[in-house]
Design a protein around this ligand. Structure first.
Ligand code: CA
Length: 225
């Protein structure tokens, strides 16, 4: 899952990115509202953590612009204690949740997981399931029956894209965007390497789910026949 952090206190923004990455999210930071809006409008983010007091454009204006452009991804606002009216306005503008600064990282992570559960196929115990496999968003384990394996960050993120879009063809370009990001110089070759890792892991846990190559188009997670 790809998360955008928009926060002008760079030390906080960078710490958030660091902790999110350790928790197997792919995260990027922007340090002002305009840059945040530009990045959010690309549509590649699954969730945005948005500070309210920002230079160039405040968080509420960013949010308003995003919703006007039909970017509907979940937004968690970061608010200061004395910004209660902003909090209310934020929820009216279409924010999904907020945390008050200073906040505990565990609380923010729990709220992210809660939004993930609300927005998709994630179960109450933080699993995404497809066919005979499940992916654990808290432990990053891929399991089939009694067999489990830990996935690395990129493997986990790719698997998450597949499991959130079962039986749909995902292009290499989409995987590059989601997992490596626009500014990365990763190439299709990188995607192919990680797909081959994942195929080995699926066979190691004795799953009959396979990542099928759809020539010239991309990949699809499906049940082998
Ligand atoms: Ca701020």
């Amino acid at each position: 899952m790809r998360i955008l952090v928009v926060e002008d206190e760079e030390a906080i923004a960078d710490a958030l990115v660091h902790i999110l990455t350790k928790n197997k999210y792919i995260a990027n930071a922007c340090y002002d509202g305009e840059d945040g809006l530009d990045n959010a409008l690309t549509g590649v983010y699954d969730l945005i953590i948005l500070d309210i007091m920002l230079p160039k454009m405040n968080g509420l204006q960013v949010l308003e612009n995003l919703r006007r452009e039909n970017i509907e991804c979940p937004v968690i606002l970061l608010t200061a204690k004395d910004e209660i009216s902003d909090k209310v306005k934020g929820l009216d503008y279409g924010a999904d949740d907020y945390v008050t600064k200073p906040f505990a990282m565990d609380e923010l992570l729990a709220r992210i997981r809660s939004l993930q559960r609300r927005s998709g196929n994630v179960t109450n115990d933080n699993l995404i399931k497809f066919n005979d496999i499940s992916l654990n968003l808290k432990t990053y384990e891929l399991s089939c029956n009694d067999n489990s394996l830990h996935l690395g960050l990129k493997e986990f993120s790719i698997m998450e894209v597949f499991m959130n879009n079962p039986s749909i063809v995902i292009s290499k370009e989409k995987l590059l965007e989601k997992v490596w990001g626009y500014e990365s110089d990763a190439e299709y070759n990188n995607v192919e390497v990680y797909i081959s890792f994942l195929r080995k892991k699926l066979s190691h846990i004795k799953s009959d789910s396979v990542i099928k190559t759809i020539r010239g188009v991309g990949y699809r997670l499906e049940e082998s026949k």
